[in-house]
Design a protein around this ligand. Structure first.
Ligand SMILES: *Cc1c(COP(=O)(O)O)cnc(C)c1O
Length: 410
């Protein structure tokens, strides 16, 4: 485990760090659940030395888990070679990554690199304005990020209300309802924006014909189909992109815009806006930009993640271990629904005890996530082992017992 004497200007241990956190950081996330200092594979260790199996994976970010040798080497080598140069210059990694992403998508197009999911969506939002139309039709329950632009596309009232007015001409329709989408999309519509699976909503999966219908509806109005794969992309569901996953989509979908971020560089910040066909040429010089976007470090990390998914056959492995994890967590009668594919899994509890379950799981050595009071989300590293799943399997009933008892005690 690493030492951190260089930071030790006060109390340490999880309690000490948490107290200092509260005194020095803005309270945007609420109190931290613990203080993590190191990790390996799908395991992380806190400042008191306690180990956890990480079923959240940095919110679908740590594709290769923690301290994966391929990522360590790629990032280390790149820092020792060229870490950043500005977008006045091309670098080989950025070109290779753009070409690779287009090849995985299987279409012609152009790529813009940013540094986060919100920034990827911000770029895409601006790109849609270059169609000459302004209206964007978006799904209720969707999440697209926290910048003013990305927030304008996000339906959740609690996130939006403190910051209105937001950039306008956004229309919300119920998710998964093709008829509602058809009624909202017209010839003023620049784009239809959808997640193939709604991650932040708790892994909500639409009907298998929804994206194909959305594509038809968008095309017939001359609008762009924009898929936000920030959470679902890069192997998460057991396919490179969720919209290409036959377990989720019946038929062929060729989006005009795809946005990526979370899992792409395994924890190094990156965001991508990919536009296919003619949409890739909507920006002219000066229309958009970024200082860090696509820098050699992020590109090297992303290329290492993609190469490792390929060399270790992690797409097939994700499908296999994901099926097993769904079986394990769905085996308890208090779990009333299991959704998702690969290692993006959402479950519903019979009672609104998701927060209590997260707390009980943490005590037992597991990191889980509660996107809503009834729902838990699992988005662990794709390198999750059978032993990691076994550990949860043997603790699961007890974790739920503790959560359900804590409610009865209250
Ligand atoms: C997380 C997420 C975002 C925002 O990404 P940030 O990197 O937090 O800005 C956007 N869209 C989806 C679908 C997400 O899951």
């Amino acid at each position: 485990m690493s030492t951190h004497t260089e930071h030790d200007a006060g109390p340490t241990g999880t309690n000490g760090w948490q107290e200092r956190y509260t005194g020095a950081l803005m309270n945007t996330f609420g109190p931290p659940k613990t203080t993590l200092v190191s990790g390996s594979g799908a395991r992380v260790v806190d400042a008191d030395g306690k180990e956890y199996v990480d079923f959240l994976g940095g919110i679908a970010v740590n594709t290769l888990g923690h301290a994966h040798p391929a990522l360590v080497k790629a990032v280390g080598d790149q820092v020792a070679t060229l870490v950043h140069v500005s977008n006045f210059f091309a670098t080989p990694g950025q070109v290779a990554l753009a070409e690779k992403l287009l090849a995985l998508l299987g279409t012609e197009g152009r790529v813009f690199f940013a540094n986060s999911g919100a920034e990827a969506n911000e770029a895409a939002f601006k790109l849609t304005r270059r169609t000459g139309r302004t209206k964007v039709v978006v799904a209720e329950g969707g999440f697209h990020g926290r910048t003013m632009g990305a927030l304008a596309l996000t339906s959740k009232e609690a996130y939006r209300a403190p910051f209105e007015p937001l950039p306008g001409d956004v229309v919300f329709v119920p998710y998964g309802d093709a008829a509602a989408l058809e009624a909202a999309v017209d010839t003023d519509t620049a784009a239809v924006l959808l997640e193939p699976v709604q991650g932040e909503a708790g892994v909500v999966v639409p009907p298998k014909d929804y994206l194909v219908r959305a594509q038809e509806i968008a095309r017939s109005a001359g609008a762009l189909l924009w898929l936000d794969e920030v959470q679902t992309g890069v192997g998460r569901t057991g396919a490179w992109f969720a919209h290409q996953n036959p377990a989720l989509v019946d038929g062929t979908v060729v989006p005009d815009i795809v946005t990526l971020a979370k899992g792409l560089a395994g924890g190094v910040p990156v965001g991508v806006c990919i536009a296919t066909g003619g949409s890739g040429k909507l920006f002219d010089p000066g229309n958009h930009g970024t200082t860090f976007g696509g820098n050699p470090l992020a590109a090297a990390a992303a290329l290492a993640v993609i190469a490792t998914i390929e060399s270790d056959d992690l797409l097939a492995r994700t499908r296999e271990i994901g099926a097993r994890l769904r079986e394990v967590v769905g085996s308890d009668a208090r779990v009333t629904e299991v959704r998702g594919e690969g290692l993006l899994i959402g479950i519903d509890l019979s009672e609104p005890l998701a927060a209590e379950t997260v707390a009980a799981a943490q005590d037992a050595g597991f990191i889980l996530n509660a996107p809503t009071p009834h729902r838990l989300r699992f988005a662990p590293p794709l390198v999750l082992t059978d032993a990691d799943v076994d550990a949860l399997a043997s603790a699961w009933a007890q974790v739920l017992d503790t959560a359900y008892t804590s409610r009865a005690d209250a």
